[in-house]
Design a protein around this ligand. Structure first.
Ligand SMILES: *Cc1c(COP(=O)(O)O)cnc(C)c1O
Length: 462
């Protein structure tokens, strides 16, 4: 039995998998301010054309540029590990595998898309990228990628994380990133929010508004915006996770997993591990695919499927997605990366179709799972990742009750060495179970009321 399954560099996937080619029901269009579908050229002030082409592509396989691979080789192929110590502790008959995305230099899966995004922008002649970051994982990943590729990087970091996570800010600075707290006084969007809510903890939606504004108002036209999750091209770049995992399982003669799990904030590490296996499910395989989200920010499990903006100031088009409302200010839970109001439209369509079965888990259960993990496997996981581990433990216990030798695969999206204050809060008994109160969903309804309706289209097969 191997505990660490390595893929040779020569066997790294050379193409990303695009699930848009295989969806049983095609996606609803993204809508512009006039309610009509967005045309690719309308996105040109925000993203370079080569990325927009990927965003709207329905080609199944898309080549990974050799120069992108050359950078990814620093940590890819990432190890697939077997969690035997957790298996023994749980006395489960399940075999638990996890894809270790914590081995990248910034410590999460996010550079899998930061690197290609920076590369395509550079190819297009762009000099500077702007972005937002919550807990700082994405800001750190983009600063890292921009440094290696030769772009400037400006990061708007959600205020509460800026104050709570000074080390992430320092990581961005080590890679020459310029990081400011959001809302800031540097943009019209930021100033307007600060005037109304001077003490706001900030939100990803607000920071996105600021980053987009700064990109599209560059008088030289040499700045573009970069998003770390949610969009189709981000899901595409992350499929290298699941494609490698599939090759690694095959290498040791393991069958297809029965259960695939990832935590879901905007959906990218989950999509990365899940989409290559969702293709098998579409073609008849029996796989349970579970995005795990916080009970405090239950986008997939409790929010309506609707057309909504990706940001607070409504600068983005309307995406068909489950959404808590673009003005939703999430409770300040420690899993900062899972505090987004919306979700990847591709993941949402898979949920509508019944291909993915979302699950919300309370933060106390998640931290308990994180401690169990650290005390059995040894590694200290990110607070976001603890949601995937908690779901994995639930599934491993279920396999034990059913007496079934299930194969469980999950995405270990990042390490928690920069997030120990959340562990501190948990260990000193300061964290309470927290479910989003129903009144908050009334606010969601009010926020979405004027938007066009998003019909739920599905085949009914799953
Ligand atoms: C950002 C982040 C997430 C959530 O983002 P997704 O796009 O949903 O993957 C999860 N885990 C870690 C470690 C992160 O940094």
């Amino acid at each position: 039995m191997d505990r660490k399954i390595h893929l040779d560099e020569k066997d790294i996937p050379r193409q990303w998998y695009n699930i848009a080619a295989d969806l049983p029901t095609p996606m609803l269009p993204t809508l512009g301010p006039d309610g009509n579908p967005v045309k690719p050229e309308m996105l040109a002030p925000v993203f370079p054309m080569n990325i927009i082409e990927q965003e709207v592509s329905t080609q199944r396989w898309i080549d990974i540029p050799e120069e992108v691979l050359d950078i990814l080789y620093r940590w890819r192929p990432a190890p697939l590990r077997r969690a035997v110590y957790l298996e023994r502790y749980l006395k489960t008959p399940a075999r638990i595998y996890y894809k270790d995305e914590s081995t990248s230099p910034p410590g999460s899966h996010k550079p899998n898309t930061a690197v290609p995004q920076a590369w395509y922008n550079k190819q297009f002649g762009i000099k500077r990228l702007t972005t937002e970051t919550g807990a700082g994982q994405w800001g750190a990943a983009l600063a890292f990628a921009c440094k290696l590729i030769g772009l400037e990087c400006k990061i708007f970091m959600v205020r509460i994380s800026f104050d709570q996570k000074p080390f992430r800010k320092l990581m961005m600075q080590v890679w020459d990133g310029n990081c400011v707290a959001s809302p800031s006084s540097e943009t019209n969007a930021g100033r307007a929010i600060l005037e109304k809510y001077p003490d706001t903890p900030g939100s990803l939606g607000m920071a996105i508004s600021e980053a987009i504004e700064q990109a599209v108002t560059d008088p030289k036209g040499q700045t573009r915006y970069s998003l770390g999750s949610v969009l189709n091209h981000v899901m595409l770049h992350q499929t290298i996770i699941g494609l490698e995992a599939k090759a690694q399982l095959k290498k040791i003669g393991e069958r297809l997993p029965d259960v695939v799990i990832g935590c879901a904030g905007g959906g990218s590490n989950f999509a990365g591990i899940a989409f290559p296996f969702t293709a098998d499910k579409i073609n008849g395989a029996n796989i349970e695919i579970i995005p795990a989200e916080p009970a405090a920010c239950p986008t997939l499990t409790r929010a309506p499927f609707a057309y909504d903006h990706g940001d607070t100031a409504c600068m983005t088009p309307l995406f068909p997605m489950y959404s808590l409302g673009h003005d939703f200010v999430p409770p300040p839970i420690h899993a900062g990366g899972l505090r987004y109001h919306g979700m990847s439209p591709l993941v949402c369509q898979c949920v509508v179709e019944g291909l993915h079965k979302p699950r919300a888990i309370d933060q106390v259960e998640c931290y308990q799972a994180a401690l169990t993990w650290a005390q059995t496997e040894g590694f200290i996981c990110a607070p976001e990742t603890s949601h995937a581990i908690a779901a994995t433990i639930q599934e491993a216990n279920k396999a034990k009750e059913e007496g079934k030798e299930k194969v469980i695969l999950f995405s270990y999206s990042g390490h928690g060495l920069m997030d120990l204050s959340g562990y501190d809060a948990f260990m000193s008994g300061k964290l309470q179970p927290y479910q989003l109160p129903d009144v908050m969903l009334e606010k969601t309804e009010a926020c979405l009321k004027t938007h066009p309706k998003a019909p739920q289209r599905k085949t009914g097969k799953w």
